[in-house]
Design a protein around this ligand. Structure first.
Ligand code: SF4
Length: 342
């Protein structure tokens, strides 16, 4: 009973806090649009809001409806996603739109089970759509929510341990069951984790649930959850070879189906796991014009950029600058192109 009362007080405090503290974001208007919510949720996974804000509206201008997205070429979807990273999400969003058009007459389904059956939709996104768009009493848990829950309960376990995540889902369910407006409660929990109960520089003085917070009482807010042990990132060595023809077009190639930057476009690039490509592999007279390091979640990628005009055009094609602007290109390859053109 005491737990239920506590859950009720926390959810009420979060809901009223969110009414005045919510950031003004372009997908947050009532009633929520299912398609816009789907796009924003997929974009926000592992990407900062500030970066999503740059891409969200242009993406919707290009693909204003779920049918437009479903009928688009994948290359156009990847192009519009350029700069957001994690391009697998763009392909999944595209496949998801196609499945919704084919299987649900273009209506984003409401129940969690049907949502989870769609490409790219996991339990978190399904909970977000079901609760925020349709107002259903469904919980959701992302990294922000796990951290807030751990602090509210002073749970010192590793944040990404499956047991901790399962425990967070149970607690999120309790809160959503006690809430007046499940969608508001869920969004408030995530907003609290994103703006107040952040990993570092926590703003407990502005927290609407401080009086319920066990980590705050125990003085452990800085150590709960404990820092994640970092997996060592693997190195990758890339030699990107820029070849420009007499019409000022750049030779481009498309990456393979799987792995890092799958199906993205790039200037011809030789990759090695253990060493930088040799000049014999690149071309003896290639001129080194730039070097930089690009980091991804799992990789440290060391790029050398060369100019060389005698490279094979097999499986490659020359593209004008305006054509390149419409290709899906990773941030790393954007840097390669920038080193040539700026
Ligand atoms: S009091 Fe501090 S640690 Fe506790 S939930 Fe609020 S912001 Fe997080």
């Amino acid at each position: 009973m005491a737990d239920r009362r506590r859950a009720k007080s926390i959810s009420t405090a979060l809901e009223s806090w969110f009414a005045h503290a919510a950031r003004d974001l372009p997908w947050r208007f009532e009633p929520r649009d299912p398609y816009m919510s789907l796009v924003s949720e997929l974009m926000l996974q592992q990407t900062q809001v500030s970066r999503v804000l740059e891409k969200f509206e242009p993406f919707l201008e290009r693909f204003p409806s779920i049918e437009d997205l479903a009928n688009a070429d994948e290359a156009d979807v990847l192009s519009e996603w350029s700069g957001l990273g994690y391009y697998r999400r763009a392909r999944m969003l595209h496949a998801c739109a196609q499945a919704i058009v084919e299987q649900h007459d273009g209506e984003v389904p409401r129940d969690v089970e049907s949502l989870c059956a769609l490409p790219g939709i996991g339990r978190y996104t399904a909970g977000a759509i079901a609760s925020m768009v349709y107002g259903d009493r469904e919980p959701l848990v992302d990294g922000n929510v796990v951290r807030v829950m751990q602090r509210l309960h002073n749970n010192p376990d590793q944040q990404n341990d499956p047991k901790t995540v399962k425990w967070a889902w149970e607690n999120a369910t309790e809160l959503v069951e006690a809430s007046e407006e499940p969608g508001v409660l869920n969004e408030a929990l995530m907003e609290l984790g994103a703006t107040v109960c952040t990993p570092k520089r926590i703003r407990c003085d502005q927290c609407p649930v401080q009086k319920h917070c066990k980590a705050f009482d125990a003085g452990t807010t800085e150590s709960v959850p404990p820092p994640k042990p970092r997996a060592k990132r693997k190195e990758l060595f890339c030699a990107s070879v820029v070849c420009i023809d007499s019409k000022d077009r750049v030779l481009m190639e498309q990456r393979g189906e799987d792995g890092l930057w799958a199906r993205m476009w790039q200037v011809p690039t030789i990759e090695r796991e253990d060493r930088a490509p040799t000049t014999e592999e690149i071309g003896d007279t290639a001129e080194l014009i730039d070097s930089f390091v690009h980091q991804t979640t799992h990789r440290i990628v060391r790029f050398d950029v060369y100019r060389f005009d005698e490279i094979s055009t097999r499986d490659r094609s020359f593209k004008s600058r305006s054509q390149i602007d419409r290709l899906g290109i990773s941030n790393a390859q954007m840097k390669v192109l920038t080193s040539v053109f700026e």
